[in-house]
Write a protein that binds this ligand. Structure first.
Ligand code: NAX
Length: 328
């Protein structure tokens, strides 16, 4: 039998936590042969709620679930962790400026980075879900100098899956018929879903659509603003789809992406495609041997260039803002 893998989930009592934990415990994160030890991190006021979720997890009698421990302290929560899912974050309250938001999240992601640095397993892999995810990942990474930088990633898979679904619907094909779609940049409204390199039944996504007005006025804004549309309709932000995307990201990171395809992942830039080195930006990415690699050599036309640059500019500004606050 395989050794248990330790998974830490922050914000465990929240909406995404509730959708995520059961799927981890049932084996969907790491596969059906891998036992799991869960370590949950919450703020003290939400520990009791997390205990309730833990009771329900117990009541599922999942064969792979070896243990559940709940903490209000990052050092303990990340001790020995192999997979860290950083979901808990400080939401933007009304009238909050971006600098205040970044500072409040610095207060969360700096100590969590330090705790990962001090106590996580050598093979720790980190996925940041809590917004602003890309910059929160950068902050945590900056405080974990002993962990290879590439182990810090930000979740762009929900954006990727949203783009896949919208394109499939437009073309009246299955999502299985679409390969090599990319969402570039920041997990924000500036993100750029790119169908020019996507392959659909022997042609490109853009050629299959053949409708520039739909691409510009419908597809791109629909994907980029999907989170707001969900809030408007559901009265709460995306939770099950976000949990699903976190599962997809980690499963692919550990097990590899399929041959002949790629996904979108927020990974540290090596300077590819003109994205300043070190920014945690979304790229076309494959996972091989347990590591994300940025897909190289794609030709970027002017339409895509402008949009990638605009989203990356926003990431650079966020990095400057957290640098001013001494957080990176
Ligand atoms: P909830 O407000 O339901 O849950 C967040 C939980 O985090 C709360 O239980 C809170 O007590 C906890 N928390 C706050 N500070 C913490 C800390 N320092 N340590 C541990 N726990 C802490 O939010 P939910 O809907 O679950 O969303 C969580 C985060 O995911 C938000 O930041 C949200 O913006 C972000 N999202 C990111 C997405 C992405 O694609 N990257 C999509 C979905 C989601 O919007």
């Amino acid at each position: 039998a395989q050794q248990p893998v330790t998974v830490t989930v922050t914000g465990a009592a929240g909406q995404i936590g509730y959708a995520l934990l059961f799927r981890i415990a049932s084996g969907q994160l790491l596969g059906s042969d891998t036992p799991v030890r869960l370590r949950l991190l919450e703020i003290p006021q939400a520990v009791h709620a997390a205990e309730g979720t833990a009771m329900e997890l117990e009541d599922c009698a999942f064969p792979l679930l070896r243990s559940i421990d709940i903490f209000d302290n990052a050092s303990e929560a990340f001790s020995g962790t192999n997979i860290a899912l950083l979901v808990g974050a400080r939401p933007r309250s009304q009238g909050m400026e971006r600098a205040d938001l970044l500072e409040a999240n610095g207060g969360i992601f700096k100590p969590q980075g330090e705790a990962i640095n001090a106590g996580a397993a050598d093979d720790v892999r980190v996925l940041v879900v809590g917004n602003p995810a890309n910059t929160n990942a950068l902050i945590a990474q900056a405080h974990a100098p002993d962990v290879p930088a590439e182990r810090f990633t930000a979740m762009m898979r929900l954006d990727h899956n949203r783009a896949l679904a919208q394109l499939a619907k437009k073309l009246n094909v299955s999502v299985n018929d679409i390969r090599k779609l990319t969402v570039w940049g920041n997990h924000s409204a500036s993100q750029y879903p790119d169908i020019f390199h996507a392959e659909v039944n022997g042609t490109t996504g853009a050629k299959a659509v053949d409708d520039q007005a739909w691409l510009e006025n419908d597809f791109i804004p629909t994907v980029a603003k999907r989170g707001a549309a969900i809030i408007e309709a559901r009265g709460a932000s995306s939770a099950a789809s976000a949990a699903n995307a976190a599962i997809d990201h980690v499963y692919d990171w550990v097990n590899g992406t399929p041959e002949g395809d790629w996904v979108s992942a927020g990974v540290p830039s090596d300077g590819s495609y003109g994205v300043p080195e070190g920014l945690i930006s979304s790229f076309p990415a494959v996972s091989r041997g347990g590591r994300w690699e940025i897909v190289q050599g794609l030709e970027i036309d002017e339409f895509s260039r402008e949009r990638i640059d605009a989203s990356v500019r926003e990431l650079s500004e966020e990095r400057e803002a957290v640098a001013k606050l001494g957080l990176v």
